[in-house]
Design a protein around this ligand. Sequence first.
Ligand SMILES: Nc1ncnc2c1ncn2[C@@H]1O[C@H](COP(=O)(O)OP(=O)(O)O)[C@@H](O)[C@H]1O
Ligand SMILES: [Mg+2]
Length: 246
Amino acid sequence: MKIAISGKGGVGKTTISGTLARVFSSRGKKVIAVDSDPSMNLHTALGVENPIPVSRLKDLIKERAVISDGIFRMNPKVDDILDRYSIGIENVRLIVMGTVDKGGGGCICPENTFLSALLRHLVLKRDEILILDTEAGIEHLGRKTAAHFDLMLVVIEPSAKAVETANRIYELSKEIGIKDVLAIGNKVSSDDQRDFIKNNIKFGILGYIPFDTKVTSADILNNALFNTPNSDALKSIEAIADKITK
Ligand SMILES: Nc1ncnc2c1ncn2[C@@H]1O[C@H](COP(=O)(O)OP(=O)(O)O)[C@@H](O)[C@H]1O
Ligand SMILES: [Mg+2]
């Protein structure tokens, strides 16, 4: 099962990605958590240290991805990267993609080629559950990789902007051939807010997560929500994990 998490900034993607990964792990499933957001904070939601971002492995990338000046290998060796450059907690391994300096327009540089090859490998060749925390959605991944996701979870909070972004992501995800695209309504604190989401989202809703001050305090203390006792948000994420498994 390969899952991508997307949505507008600040809606709760990272919190949900990290917590879902820990919930699956606690149920004995092996999980690869991929942080592809430049802010690189999925580790906090998981409760681990950050591993070195793959984009910073300059020498290794150069050695494997550069054929000669300006010519790059499209399929560099990447099958040892997860084992060497991820950090584990229980059954989850976290790998951080890191940022590529674009220097203006979208660059064709060895880092990009390498990161794409790595993600393609993780999505196509490994059988762990994969959870991808994205900033930019997954349209840029290339069709082959994107089409191999089983599920796109689009996180929404009760706001017109979040809903608009979510509906757009839905259209794009369908275009690139992702099988299931479902919404998660997060930070919901009233029936009205739940109705607002229900009435404005153009696709299926997998579940709702309440606004929960335990999430905010876990954030302040740099703790993983998964390790926070009596959190209603955590309970809802567990229920969402149940639905995904089914
Ligand atoms: N259910 C919730 N209740 C209260 N606060 C939440 C909830 N989910 C997320 N947050 C808060 O919202 C902020 C953004 O969450 P984050 O997971 O970093 O979003 P994103 O990755 O989409 O930018 C954080 O401060 C987080 O603590
Ligand atoms: Mg995030």
